[in-house]
Design a binder for this molecule. Structure first.
Ligand code: GTP
Ligand code: MG
Length: 313
């Protein structure tokens, strides 16, 4: 449907339409909000043609408008809540991890980000009465830290059917930032065919950090990360899915002055992630989660554990 609409835009022939589709412009709105410079680049158009195409897309697209508070409140009823398996952390978040938003877990190595991610992948497949999202889950793994064996261990520790849970978890490894971004686009296609209710990116920032080194590349890194985050948000909206990303903290004095509690990713990530949770180690298997940014919950802390059966209260 939207493919047809793109082809019908004045100034867009079949070849241009294909280039646009291949570059991830799959509906009119995505073209309507693009800048002429970027569009002329990706579709090999002159600047003025690109401008005309964008204007035509603006005229034809449903840009949306203002809604009243009560309409929004009604819509909020569709927001799903995914349990973390620790009641204290769920309470901290106002009931759990929300669908339709990006939730970020950041912290030092070993603070439990990947363990929480494994737990959430399991939980997303559970029925809603059990705190799940009654769907399938997906992970873009950038550090080769996803382990199906760990999913099995967590599932069996909770008397769940590990095999059927594994069948509902889609895993892809990303080898670099470009690959990671392509996988986020591919996720949209898979989301059209499977009821994916959770998309995890673990870690969101490690490739970006490795590939864009030094202050000189900061602007470009932030732009690329911004594009990636918006692709993830698109996924969240289209599928009413929860997006969970993990992020390290800076130790390098060159990056945001090395405050050990500062997540990398800067302002872009700060503004795009709706919920930000700082994880740190405590004694033994105890971990502390601190909510540092949320639109409707006060800041606060909760204690949880990482055990053989996963996250516990
Ligand atoms: P980085 O990815 O290195 O930044 O760290 P992370 O925050 O992802 O840490 P991760 O979630 O991998 O946590 C590692 C810690 O979780 C380990 O130190 C263990 O304490 C615990 N852990 C990891 N795997 C297991 C496991 O299979 N069973 C249990 N019980 N604990 C585990
Ligand atoms: Mg990890």
């Amino acid at each position: 449907m939207s493919e047809e609409e793109i082809k019908e835009l004045p100034g867009v022939g079949p070849a241009t339409a294909e280039k646009l589709m291949d570059s991830g412009y799959k509906d009119l709105l995505s073209i309507a909000v693009e800048s002429p410079r970027v569009l002329s680049d990706v579709a090999d158009l002159g600047d003025s043609t690109a401008g005309k195409v964008i204007q035509a897309a603006k005229d034809a697209a449903d840009i949306g408008g203002f809604e009243t508070g009560d309409q929004l409140l009604e819509k909020r009823k569709n927001v799903g809540m995914l349990t973390t398996s620790a009641e204290s952390v769920d309470d901290l978040l106002g009931g759990g991890i929300e669908t339709g938003s990006i939730t970020e877990f950041f912290g030092e190595f070993g603070s439990g980000k990947t363990q929480v991610a494994h737990q959430l992948l399991v939980n997303a497949t559970l029925p809603e009465e059990e705190g799940g999202l009654d769907g399938e889950a997906m992970i873009i793994d950038t550090e080769n830290s996803f382990r199906p064996e760990r999913i099995t261990e967590i599932a069996e520790g909770r008397d769940l059917d590990a095999e059927s849970i594994l069948e509902d978890i889609h895993v892809a490894r990303a080898f670099n930032t470009h690959h990671q971004m392509l996988l986020a686009e591919k996720a949209l296609d898979i989301g059209d065919e499977h009821p994916i209710k959770l998309l995890v990116v673990d870690s969101l920032t490690s490739h970006f950090r490795a590939e864009y080194v030094g202050r000189g590349s900061l602007a470009e890194r932030q732009q690329t990360l911004n594009k990636h985050l918006h692709e993830l948000l698109k996924f969240a909206e289209r599928n009413n899915a929860a997006i969970v990303v993990t992020n390290q903290v800076t130790a390098n004095p060159d990056q945001f002055f090395g405050d050990p509690t500062k997540p990398i990713g800067g302002h872009i990530l700060g503004h795009t992630a709706t919920f930000r949770i700082y994880l740190r180690k405590s004694k033994g298997d105890k971990r502390i989660a601190r909510l540092v940014d949320s639109p409707n919950m006060p800041e606060g802390e909760a204690v949880f554990k990482v055990e053989a059966c996963g996250v516990t209260e």
